[in-house]
Ligand binder design. Structure first.
Ligand code: FPP
Ligand code: MG
Length: 407
């Protein structure tokens, strides 16, 4: 069966669903740490108190605020007031991140059209999840090592991660023939498939130059691995597996490569730049890996329940693209007739509608959320092993944002 090789997990997921636990996925952030430092820098401490006193919504301001609202249309009441808002906490670090990316793309470009196309999505309206996580991990690790500054090289990694992500989306929309991205017509729709592909290549090439300029071989290898993973993850998505167990393993590997690797390896790279030892670097990697896996699982879930307007991209899209994501794979256990549809990639008339209906009738959506929650909890456990700081707490809050997002 397709349940991560464990029917016990499915059984537990079902049990929790019956009691409605998924409707109230809330948690109080633990402030316990294995190590703690007595002093929080004054400016940050004031900021945190400010955020603690006011609601998260009131704490949103400017570009970071927009990003926050985009990431965090939460289930009602899901963020308690006392939590640290990571976007607010990193407001100064994130404020110019899109401007800086635009600047580097404009400075290196020779064609006006290529400059326009390559900067099209860097309009400050994105969630900036990847730069936010990279900077938060940087600051949490730096603090853990007794420092209170963000290294310029770590900020570069934050920019590079967003640029690699963007390049991959440009290519992805060509592959998926998607007409919408980030709430506006996609590059391939406005210009052409060819120009979208080239713009993706251009952004990737500038990101590669930025990696080279860091002059750190380990970081170069780590970030190069991301590109390899992205391509191979996307390639894996073109194929399917015969048996249910193989299919789930295939799906999870693909999900790691397509989504989690970028967040995991960017976290690892910033830890390396902080001269973290192997163990701490591995913690950073595992934090990013778990956040990345959870993020994609929620994305796959939202494809079944959210609207295109809310998501800023087409929804109910995966089935139409022939893709069997976690909700369908879980639903197979209850409705084995889905297996044949998966094998023919939902190509026969009525397949998409029938599969959609069966997913909603099954526990597939709840089981997907349960699995995402498991990865979020692991990310929180890792965050809690770092020295106590607003950034370390912010790392735990990120997992709340990921699991509770509605778009
Ligand atoms: C979104 O998938 C796509 C990705 C996360 C990665 C795509 C990777 C490539 C196209 C390989 C090329 C990589 C580079 C760096 C140029 P989705 O279709 O599931 O999500 P969506 O709904 O947002 O489109
Ligand atoms: Mg796509």
């Amino acid at each position: 069966m397709a349940c991560i090789g464990s029917s016990r997990l499915c059984a537990r997921a079902e049990k929790l669903c019956q009691f409605g636990h998924f409707a109230q996925l809330r948690r109080k952030v633990s402030t316990t740490c294995t190590k703690s430092r007595p002093e929080i820098p004054t400016s940050t401490s004031t900021l945190v108190q400010h955020c603690q006193k006011r609601s998260t919504r009131e704490c949103r301001l400017g570009v970071a605020g927009r990003a926050m609202s985009s990431m965090q249309t939460q289930q009602p009441g899901s963020l308690p007031e006392y939590q640290v808002d990571p976007y607010r906490l990193l407001e100064d670090d994130l404020k110019y991140i899109y401007d800086d990316i635009r600047q580097v793309l404009l400075a290196n470009g020779t064609s006006e059209e290529l400059k326009t196309i390559s900067t099209y999505y860097f309009d400050g309206q994105g969630k900036a999840l990847r730069p936010m996580v990279a900077i938060l991990v940087s600051r949490a690790i730096n603090y853990h090592k007794g420092r209170d500054n963000l290294l310029p090289s770590q900020k570069q990694v934050a920019m590079i991660s967003e640029m690699i992500h963007n390049a991959s989306l440009l290519h992805d929309d060509v592959i998926d023939q998607s007409p919408i991205r980030r709430g506006k017509p996609s590059v391939n729709e406005v210009w052409s498939q060819k120009k979208a592909t080239m713009a993706g290549d251009y952004i990737l090439s500038i990101a590669t130059m930025m990696i080279a300029r860091l002059r750190n071989n380990d970081v170069t290898i780590t970030l190069s691995q991301v590109v390899t993973d992205l391509v191979q993850g996307e390639f894996m998505q073109l194929g399917s597996k015969e048996t249910e167990n193989e299919r789930f393993t295939h799906y999870l590997t693909k999900t790691y490569r397509k989504t989690a690797s970028l967040i995991a390896n960017s976290s690892k790279a910033v830890a390396m730049l902080a001269n973290a030892d192997e163990q701490l670097t591995e913690l950073a990697f595992q934090y990013g890996r778990n956040i990345g896996l959870a993020f994609q699982l929620v994305d796959d879930l939202l494809d079944f329940v959210s609207s295109s307007d809310a998501m800023g991209k087409p929804t109910a899209a995966d089935l139409k693209l022939g893709l069997a994501t976690a909700p369908v794979l879980f639903a197979c256990e209850r409705f084995p007739e889905l297996n044949a549809m998966i094998m023919r990639r939902f190509q026969e008339p009525g397949d998409v509608e029938k599969a959609f209906e069966l997913v909603h009738k099954s526990q597939g959506l709840e089981q997907t959320r349960f699995l995402a929650r498991k990865h979020c909890n692991e990310a929180i456990r890792i965050a809690n092993s770092l020295a106590e700081s607003p950034y370390q707490k912010g790392l735990a809050i990120v997992s709340d944002l990921v699991i509770n997002r509605l778009k």
